[in-house]
Design a protein around this ligand. Structure first.
Ligand code: MEV
Length: 309
C-alpha cells in the first residue's frame, strides 16, 4: 500500500472519565465510561522524513507506537509529518494518550486510503496501549472511538453505546498525578496475594456497573450517585485512593452531591461527583475549599472524527 498523496488529514478524539468499574475492568469485568470534551487534535501529511511536533504533553511514546504498528499491519513505508495539539497544557488523567492514539490511527487510515471499521481501529489502538503500557483494559480507546457513554468489557469483548444525555458531573483535579501502569500492577500484585478478597471486590464492582447501567439509562442520577460512592469504597480497599481524593469525595457529598468517587487508576488525578444542578455551586466551592481544581468538563462528546482539507 504505497499511494503518493499531498493530503493533510486532521482528526480529533475525545478524552474519557470512568464512571464505575475502575481496575476491575482490567480483569474481565465491565465498566461504564463516558467521553469528555478534552479533545486531542492530530494533523498528518506525507513527508520526506518522519517529523513530529508535540507542542504540549508527552504522548510521544504513543505516537511512535501507533506509527510502528500501523506500518507493520498495513505495509506502509512512507514517511509522515505528525503534529499533535491538546486544548490544555496540563494532563489531568482525562485520557490524552488514548485520544492521541485513536486520533493518529484514524488520521493515518485516512491518509493511506484505508477504511477501517470502529472495531479494526479499536484492535489496532488497543494493541498500541498494550505495547506501550503492558497493561490496560482498552476502555479509554473505546471511549475515544465511539464517544458518548459506553458499557465496556475488558479488551472490547462488549462495547455497548448507551442512550444517556449529558451527565450533571463535577470534576475536580486533586493536584497530583497518578501513574496508571504502576497502579494497575500494584492491584495485580494484591490480587495475587489475596485472590479471594480482591476477587470479591471485583465482583461487587461488576454488580455496581450492572445496576448503574440501568440507573443511567433511566436518568436516575440520585441512585447512580450512591453507586459511585460505593465504588469509591471498593477502590479504597484496593489501595488506589489517596487522602486528598478521599477528602474531596467526602466534601462533595457533604455539600449535596448524590455521590462521588475517584476516576481512573487513582493515586491522584481526578475525582468526579454527580450532583443536582441546584447544588453545583456549593459542591464546587466545597471541592475548592479542600484544594481541588474544578475542571470544566462536558460529557456526551462525539467520538473520533476526521476533517479532510
Ligand atoms: C485507568 O484509567 C483505569 C484502569 O481501570 C485501567 C484500565 O482499565 O486500563 C485502572
Amino acid at each position: 500500500m504505497e499511494q503518493k498523496n499531498n493530503k493533510t488529514i486532521t482528526t480529533s478524539a475525545p478524552g474519557k472519565l470512568l464512571l464505575l468499574g475502575d481496575h476491575a475492568v482490567v480483569y474481565g469485568f465491565p465498566c461504564l465510561v463516558t467521553a469528555v470534551n478534552y479533545r486531542v487534535f492530530v494533523e498528518v501529511s506525507t513527508s520526506d522524513k518522519d517529523e513530529f511536533l508535540f507542542p504540549e504533553g508527552n504522548n510521544n511514546h504513543f505516537v511512535q507506537a501507533v506509527l510502528e504498528l500501523f506500518r507493520k499491519t498495513y505495509n506502509v513505508h512512507q514517511h509522515v509529518r505528525v503534529q499533535t495539539r491538546t486544548g490544555q497544557k496540563e494532563s489531568y488523567g482525562l485520557g490524552s494518550s488514548s485520544a492521541v492514539t485513536v486520533a493518529l490511527a484514524k488520521a493515518l487510515s485516512g491518509l493511506f486510503f484505508l477504511d477501517l471499521s470502529k472495531k479494526e481501529l479499536f484492535d489496532l489502538c488497543y494493541q498500541v496501549v498494550l505495547n506501550v503500557q503492558g497493561v490496560g483494559s482498552g476502555f479509554d480507546i473505546a471511549a475515544a472511538i465511539w464517544g458518548g457513554t459506553l458499557y465496556f468489557v475488558t479488551g472490547g469483548k462488549e462495547i455497548e453505546p448507551l442512550q444517556v444525555e449529558t451527565l450533571p458531573l463535577i470534576v475536580a483535579y486533586s493536584g497530583s498525578k497518578g501513574n496508571t501502569a504502576t497502579l494497575v500492577k500494584g492491584v495485580g500484585a494484591l490480587y495475587k496475594e489475596k485472590p479471594e478478597k480482591v476477587g470479591q471486590l471485583f465482583f461487587q464492582s461488576k454488580e455496581l456497573v450492572e445496576k448503574g447501567k440501568q440507573f443511567l439509562v433511566a436518568q436516575n442520577f440520585a441512585e447512580f450517585g450512591k453507586l459511585m460512592s460505593h465504588n469509591h469504597t471498593l477502590l479504597q480497599q484496593l489501595g488506589v485512593s489517596t487522602p486528598k481524593l478521599d477528602e474531596m469525595a467526602t466534601a462533595a457529598v457533604h455539600a449535596g452531591a448524590y455521590g462521588a468517587k475517584l476516576s481512573g487508576a487513582g493515586g491522584g488525578d481526578c475525582m468526579i461527583a454527580l450532583a443536582p444542578e441546584e447544588k453545583r455551586i456549593s459542591v464546587e466551592k466545597a471541592l475548592k475549599d479542600v484544594g481541588g481544581t474544578i475542571l470544566s468538563v462536558k460529557t456526551d462528546e462525539e467520538g473520533v472524527r476526521i476533517k479532510h482539507e
